[in-house]
Design a protein around this ligand. Structure first.
Ligand code: FRU
Length: 468
């Protein structure tokens, strides 16, 4: 029991129990998401020497259900060239299943090939970014860098984050990557993952308030239109709240094997919370599209008050598209595997939050729910005057960075009510509207655990304690 005003949450209590975190030290972007031989792989930007950004390398974990992860040794490490003294960090990238050994790098019928940005630097200053390969013939357990790297170099300082996938209709590999400062996604093609030729450029378009990073290009089914699909180009850049923060945007359109086209003129944002960045989707998944993103924001990522680990992934999300009166919309829900974690039903709001929770509530106009609520702390979600607002300005530990204390206000229009699904996991809150059109992922660092309190315009629909 905490004394009045005394924090009872310690930095290690902020470690989420269902969201992925590295066993120790720093992480940012998820990398190399691939499903292979019954395992989901998660590689991640990792500093093996510290809990702030640096020495970027690929950490590695595998899972059967995208929720429980087995940590594996570092997959790819930063290295130094003995002759020049220049070091190369392993920046973000993809892993593909080279099912027909198109690269010639597989010792058996198939193997895993990583395509990543090799970031060359000297004395901390970036000199060049180009794309390189590494391969694994033992289900991702050990990796060799290809000895003819790099495989794609356009002589630019900033040129990164390759996302590669197999495009079956044209039987070739397609790579999407960015020239960040030109707000351009470039699409390349290859038959063997080694020789790449430029097919087309996309951008500038949408929101260009901040440089573009981490693009992805994928096909999605349209809800209620059996057999119909559209293509989505997603990328990371500016946040809807403006250029102090980073977030994700997407375009819906068509991809003919060469070029992505869209008639969309307004930017669309993927998540309205402050902590959702660098998301990409799994490769080699047949039956659904699953996105995983870093639950953090570059504005304050290096300062969040966690223990000797720093950074977490948002819950994996299943994606679909809907055609609405306002055009095309991405629909997002937490992966279906989460349902198996429901261990105890809660018929009313718990007086104290202990461990991960999933709750469903309904907010009529004027409705509000306070989370981690004590006498002098609360995180508030409210629906009023046609807006949904998430306010973490009094959420507890907010002073570690001037930009952390914040309020997100999303114009959703006048509705009879809003039904919301919330997942609370130690220091991460994710909110999903029941139609999947509005999502918010935010970090919250309460000083003490607290209650869940609904006002008279809010209704409890359901709740579950989730097992770890
Ligand atoms: C995005 C990013 C990528 C880059 C990586 C470096 O968060 O800046 O563009 O590859 O992080 O860690």
């Amino acid at each position: 029991m905490a004394c009045h005003g005394q924090p009872d949450m310690k930095p290690d209590d902020y470690r989420p129990l269902l969201h992925f975190t590295p066993p120790q030290l720093w992480t940012n972007d998820p990398n190399g998401l691939v499903h292979y031989d019954n395992e989901y792989h998660l590689f991640y930007q990792h500093n093996p020497y510290g809990n702030t950004w640096g020495h970027m390398s690929w950490g590695h974990a595998v899972s059967k259900d995208l929720l429980h992860w087995e940590h594996l040794p570092l997959a790819l490490a930063e290295y130094t060239d003995a002759q020049t003294g220049d070091s190369t960090m392993i920046f973000s990238g993809t892993v593909v299943v080279d099912a027909k050994n198109s690269s010639g790098l597989c010792s058996g019928a198939d193997c895993l090939v990583a395509i990543y940005t090799s970031h060359v630097h000297r004395d901390g200053e970036g000199l060049r970014q180009h794309q390189s390969l590494a391969y694994s013939n033992d289900k991702g357990r050990t990796w060799m860098r290809y000895d003819q790297n790099p495989v794609l170099d356009i002589q630019r300082k900033d040129f990164r984050d390759p996302k590669v996938f197999w495009h079956a209709p044209t039987s070739k590999w397609v790579m999407a990557l960015v020239i960040p400062d030109l707000y351009k996604v470039q699409l390349y093609q290859s038959s063997n993952l080694m020789n790449w030729t430029l097919m087309s450029d996309f951008g500038p378009a949408g929101d260009t308030l901040r440089i573009w990073e981490c693009p992805d290009l994928f096909e999605l089914p349209v809800r209620d239109k059996p057999g119909q699909t559209k293509w989505v180009l997603s990328l990371s850049g500016s946040h809807p709240a403006g250029p102090d923060f980073v977030g994700m945007q997407y375009f819906v359109g068509d991809f003919d094997g060469t070029q992505f086209t869209t008639s969309q003129t307004e930017p669309r944002y993927l998540d309205f919370g402050k902590d959702y960045y660098a998301g990409i989707v799994y490769n080699h998944l047949e039956d659904r599209t699953v996105m995983l993103a870093w639950a953090n924001n570059w504005a304050y990522a290096n300062q969040i008050p966690t223990g000797q680990w720093r950074g977490a992934m948002a819950l994996p999300r299943e994606l679909q598209l809907a055609e609405t009166q306002n055009g095309w919309h991405l629909l997002q829900q937490p992966i279906r595997e989460l349902q198996a974690q429901r261990k105890k039903q809660l018929n009313s709001p718990p007086p104290k939050i202990n461990g991960p929770l999933e709750i469903e509530i309904e907010l009529a106009p004027g409705g509000a729910v306070d989370l981690w609520a004590t006498e002098n702390q609360k995180t508030q979600l409210r629906y009023a005057n046609g807006s949904l607002t998430l306010d973490r300005s009094q959420s507890g530990n907010v002073d570690f960075h001037p930009l952390f204390s914040s309020e997100e206000k999303i114009v959703v229009g006048q509705r009879p009510s809003m039904r919301l699904r919330l997942i609370l996991d130690q220091s991460i809150l994710e909110v999903f509207s029941d139609d999947g059109q509005i999502t918010l992922c935010e970090q919250i660092f309460p000083k003490t655990s607290g209650a869940i309190r609904l006002n008279e315009k809010a209704r409890w629909l359901a709740g579950w304690e989730l097992s770890e």
